[in-house]
Write a protein that binds this ligand. Sequence first.
Ligand SMILES: Cc1ncc(COP(=O)(O)O)c(C=O)c1O
Length: 258
Amino acid sequence: MLKERVFADRVLEVKPSATFKYDAAAKKPGVINLTIGRPDFDTPQIIKDAAKKALDEGRVHYTPSKGIPELRKAIAEKLETENNITDLDGDKILVSGGGKQILYCIVMALAGKGDVVAIQNPAWVSYEAQIKLANAEVEWLTLKPEEGFIPGEDFFRELEETNAKLLILNSPGNPTGAVFHERIIKKIMDVCIEKDMFVISDEVYEKLIYEGKHYSPANEYENVITVNAFSKTYSMTGWTSYISSLSPAVHLSHNTVH
Ligand SMILES: Cc1ncc(COP(=O)(O)O)c(C=O)c1O
């Protein structure tokens, strides 16, 4: 066990993920576990086969640091056809070891000491930890259960008043499942433009929608980075961890198979 003094102060400020705490607590007979965002189906066979084939073909070495070009091109095409994000090519895409990792990299790149980052409340637990690790401050924007956790008057007032330089927008949202209507997202983006705020749009749940329609703000706005992931859509939530536990060498180049 490492002594506390080994850690940097900013790390000591971060609490353990509540998701894992409640996941452990919910593992009891008769309890429906809605804690971890883990799809209840297996990774599609076509993906497993492609991963096995890639490993067998020896595709285990370093890739370009932005990810393999064919994958970046395919992601750009997906975003263009499915999310109506135009003017994209592989060069504007970055492949990482998962949504959480790239969100952390983006927060570290854009926020620092003295900066404020606005997030919706309630929000996925890791945003707060990542913002604190960047030595920045969190400002919460209120979502109300009686409004279906869709931004309402309080949210917009707080957004208008904030000094944040960055907003992390999450629709479909974790933990609420709320899908913000295109009209609401545009209203948020218009305020952000007016206030010169940059937006990270976390869209990892875009395919897990029961009602409503997903809208990607990068469709019309330029002050936004879109974050998406294979983890939820293709039920690959354990891939990074399993692969990295096999061998550090595979971990380093794992975006070849992710
Ligand atoms: C809202 C949200 N964004 C991002 C992530 C991270 O996704 P990944 O598993 O690809 O790291 C999660 C994971 O639970 C999440 O709930």
